[in-house]
Design a protein. Structure first.
Length: 648
């Protein structure tokens, strides 16, 4: 049952990484002493911990399979358009778009904010929609992860137990989900943050090693020749020759850009991290640091599938093509074949040691996402649906914790059976887009309007959410009945966002004019009873233009300036390059030279970032544990919103 692709020292790496994660969980057990600790780590996390831990929580095993699947199809081309995404993300992070104001509300969940801003009935409705959307979206995670481990590690598809042949697939899902449940039950969000931080450092280190190894090991000429085999207007090299690419094209990217702005904090799979930072400023700085944290991850997830594509298409690798093709031929489902193609190639091209490291990376990614998502969706079910239906009457702390754990267990049981029975028929990215839109299609307007517009009304929130979820559900039904329908999952999401935004504005303006007390909602001025707004050196007007306020220390300013410079550099390169390509014909050889230079630059910077974040993160963990050890708990700080904030 140990598998044929990993040697004993590969397994030793996997066991060693798991032992480190387990140690983090066991340490956390002594620090989880209240409901706010279970839900939001007592609001004690510093910027580096928030950045690293939430980053690996969002980069799960299924996300990496998704990125490998997507970049295998798209090649280098989406990365070019992604340079504009960097400018958008910079604007969002440096201004603290949505995240900063949400943290100011001190809500423990998004739907608790909905109650504070709109009404309890809307909280229940929105919480239920978020839960259903997330649960269905989460439903395929165990299947994709377990299938990866079976074929990457070379595990048998069945084994004998007491003379009875048992399928490996469901047993492995149970084991992996069981570990994730243990992590959550042991220390709630405190355990999730600590274990995710350990996993995040390891994963980022492996990404850097993989980048350097693949760049040194593989012949760049082979990569260029394989990429050039794609059809002329479905290029995997030149982003300006992709008009015949059906799914991962320019429209896919543009909708994604709008979705990042519109849907900020809409997706609640990692909602525990939204409230875990020790202040709104630390949450904002954690977002800025994410600009640097993602460099190694995104570059590795670009290069790995491109190398796999080269192996599967260049004549120099014919024996590997034959072996991988034989394994994929066992499946009659094209979606499953697409998910397994790159992992199977990796088993042939990585040396032992790196195979073990990649298996450990995927295990860490699987657990980090599952413990985070189990915590999030279980908490949303209990905090935003069940408890508000009780009229907001709080439970005693021990009963409250038990209820949260039972809700989390229910989520685990559901996704196990969903994964066991559901048949994937589309790319993972398209499934994510359309299932996520059940909630995220309408929630963006509700969140942004509630945090930034005092005229936004409860009626508008209801109308917007119903519109967005209705379009998304309709899209799911249509795609099941007619898989070749002209609109894909991403495009249905775009339609839902556009319609919901218009409905929110129109209904708010058409209703009776009422203005929310935004200072009370955001705990500003006389309502800042917790004194969370930090004061550093007073910022001059010039600094404020750059979104640098009085809360910034000197080192914070430098971080902002360097981040601005880095992002603007790539934005300028994108602008100049786009103009040149629109006025001149640039050949594939020039593009391949650019991509090679790009990969090496990012590999080097990723190494620097790894050292930087390791030092800052260890310091933050130490400070976080010290705060948890010494702080007093408020038993009424339980997210039930028993003191409803009247903002209208």
């Amino acid at each position: 049952m140990l598998g044929t692709n990993l040697l004993w020292f590969d397994w030793l790496i996997v066991v060693g990484v798991f032992a480190l994660m387990l140690a983090g969980v066991l340490v956390s057990r002594g620090y989880m002493r209240g409901i706010a600790d279970f839900l939001a780590a007592g609001r004690t996390a510093g910027r580096y911990v928030v950045s690293v831990s939430s980053g690996i929580a969002m980069l799960g095993a299924i996300t990496m399979v998704n990125l490998m699947e997507m970049n295998y199809e798209a090649g280098f081309t989406q990365t070019w358009w992604g340079f504009t995404m960097g400018l958008v993300m910079l604007a969002l992070t440096v201004t603290g778009w949505v995240n900063y104001r949400f943290r100011q509300t001190r809500a423990l969940t998004l739907s608790q904010f909905f109650e504070m801003r709109y009404s309890r009935s809307f909280r229940v409705f929105a919480g239920l929609i978020a839960f259903i959307s997330g649960l269905v979206n989460f439903g395929i995670f165990p299947a994709v992860g377990a299938r990866f481990f079976i074929y990457f590690c070379g595990l048998p598809t069945a084994f004998s137990l007491g003379g009875i042949e048992v399928a490996t697939f469901p047993v492995l899902m149970i084991l992996l989900l069981g570990v994730s449940l243990f992590f959550v039950f042991s220390g709630g969000q405190v355990a999730v943050v600590l274990s995710d931080f350990i996993q995040g450092l390891f994963v980022n280190a492996v990404f850097v090693i993989l980048l350097v190894y693949l760049l040194l090991q593989f012949n760049w000429t082979h990569i260029a020749e394989a990429m050039a085999m794609a059809p002329v207007e479905a290029s995997k090299i030149n982003p300006f020759h992709t008009s015949h690419m059906d799914d991962f094209n320019l429209w896919y990217f543009l909708i994604g850009v709008f979705g990042v702005i519109y849907g900020a904090m809409s997706w609640q799979g990692t909602q525990g991290y939204n409230a875990s930072a020790r202040s709104a400023h630390e949450a904002k700085m954690g977002g800025v640091l994410s600009t640097w944290r993602t460099l190694g991850q995104s570059t590795a997830m670009l290069l790995i599938p491109i190398v796999a594509y080269t192996v599967m298409h260049h004549s120099a690798y014919a024996p590997i093509q034959e072996s991988v093709g034989a394994t994929l031929g066992q499946f009659d489902n094209p979606a499953v074949q697409s998910q397994l193609r790159v992992p199977l190639v990796l088993t042939h091209i990585l040396p032992h040691g790196l195979i073990g490291a990649f298996a450990a990376l995927m295990l860490a990614a699987f657990i980090s996402t599952h413990d985070t998502y189990l915590h999030s969706w279980g908490s949303i079910l209990m905090q935003d649906v069940i408890l508000p239906l009780r009229g907001g009457k709080p439970l005693p702390p021990k009963q409250h914790l038990l209820a949260l754990k039972l809700a989390i267990l229910f989520v685990a049981i559901f996704i196990f059976f969903f994964s066991l029975w559901f048949r994937m028929t589309d790319f993972i990215a398209m499934f994510f887009a359309i299932t996520g839109a059940i909630f995220a299609g309408g929630s963006g307007a509700v969140i942004i309007g509630g945090l930034y517009w005092k005229r936004g009304t409860a009626a508008a929130a209801w109308a917007s959410m119903i519109t967005g979820s209705g379009i998304a559900v309709g899209g799911i039904v249509i795609r099941q009945i007619q898989p070749d329908f002209p609109l894909n999952g991403q495009e249905f999401w775009g339609l839902a966002m556009l319609a919901s935004s218009m409905i929110y504005v129109l209904v708010s303006l058409a209703g009776k004019k009422r203005e929310a007390n935004m200072d009370k909602l955001l705990h500003r001025g006389q309502y800042d009873t917790n004194h969370e707004i930090q004061r550093g050196e007073v910022s001059a007007r010039g600094w404020r233009v750059l979104a640098i306020t009085d809360e910034f220390s000197r080192s914070d300013r430098w971080l902002y300036i360097v981040t601005y410079a880095w992002t603007l550099l790539w934005g300028t390169l994108f602008g100049v390059g786009t103009f040149w390509n629109l006025t001149h014909e640039v050949n594939d050889a020039a593009w391949m030279s650019f991509w090679r230079w790009y990969l090496w630059l990012y590999a080097f910077i990723s190494l620097v970032v790894l050292v930087w974040f390791s030092i800052g993160g260890v310091r933050d963990v130490r400070d976080m544990l010290a705060r948890l050890s010494g702080m007093e708990r408020d038993v009424e700080d339980n997210g039930v919103s028993r003191k409803s904030v009247e903002v209208e």
